[in-house]
Ligand binder design. Structure first.
Ligand code: PAF
Length: 279
């Protein structure tokens, strides 16, 4: 396993790996769980070489957010990646990615003005900027991303198209715990009671699917149903919206591909989840 910290060595490594065939890339902030590992396994299966980045990107955290407490465990991450057959990890530090004088940002517009972009101003500017940097450093053929962060995925796909990037972005299914909670590094913040209550996200989304299946087409009704399930569990709702899967704009009449998007706090932990109305 090679853990590389500097940019020029990573660039030359990736250049030489690409001589052997396609290169897969999985960007992460570490503290890996089965969700990340499913992306890694897919990349390992589909490409002769895979590189994974582990970098807790400061620019995507707001001032009052959890940058300092974000869970980190490089040794464990590396061991998990080894088990998946990954041989290369890019693990830069913040100074390497944002040296003094750094002054150029990628600013997604409309797609970042809704949902999480509203509650976390600047978040997607940080995400888009770091991902473009990581893509420029690794120059992969395929980048693997989870549908769990649906808005992030849409924004990065749009960025790849708008900026003529040569990398294909592969969307991978949400991985859930046995009881249905979507996997997230932030689940580790939940105490046992919050963990139990957080299941209402999944239950709300499933109930909404059931309603749609029974013929409900009014997004207002669908949202109310999810809302009451989550509020009953004591979750503090940031947003629940039914959106167009491409534009992420709120819609009123539900269709098969309408995406239910939600962000909810349990205690101090903010969780997100999403699902299409039709399975
Ligand atoms: O989804 C994440 O873990 C991060 O937003 C990403 C894509 C690694 C950028 O820092």
């Amino acid at each position: 396993m090679q853990i590389i910290q500097d940019i020029s060595s990573t660039k030359s490594l990736c250049r030489s790996l690409k001589q052997e065939g396609t290169l897969g890339f999985v960007p992460t902030m570490g503290y890996l769980h089965e969700g990340h590992l499913s992306l890694v396994k897919q990349s390992v299966k589909e490409n002769p070489n895979t590189i994974v980045s582990i970098f807790v990107n400061p620019s995507q955290f707001g001032q009052d957010e959890d940058l300092d407490t974000y869970p980190r465990d490089l040794e464990r991450d590396v061991a998990l990646l080894k088990e998946c057959g990954v041989e290369y990890v890019f693990n830069p530090n913040a100074q390497t990615i944002y040296p003094s004088g750094f002054d150029t940002w990628v600013v997604p517009e409309k797609l970042a003005s809704v949902l999480c972009g509203k509650s976390r101003p600047g978040h997607f500017r940080g995400v888009a900027t770091v991902v473009l940097k990581l893509l420029n450093i690794t120059n992969p053929d395929h980048m693997y991303m989870g549908i769990k962060d649906y808005q992030q995925l849409r924004i990065l796909k749009q960025m790849a198209s708008d900026l003529h990037l040569d990398c294909d972005i592969v969307a991978c299914p949400i991985v859930r715990e046995a009881d249905g909670l979507a996997m997230s590094s932030r689940n580790s913040y939940l105490n046992p009671d919050e963990r139990k209550r957080a299941l209402s996200l999944y239950h709300g989304l499933l109930k909404a699917r059931e309603l749609y299946e029974q013929g409900e087409r009014d997004c207002g009704q669908i949202i109310e149903t999810i809302k009451s399930i989550i509020q009953e569990s004591g979750g503090r709702i940031d947003y629940i919206e039914c959106v167009d899967p491409l534009t992420l704009q709120s819609i009123s009449e539900a269709k098969d591909d309408t995406r239910m998007m939600l962000a909810v706090y349990f205690g101090k932990t903010r969780l997100i989840d999403n699902m299409a109305l039709k399975a």
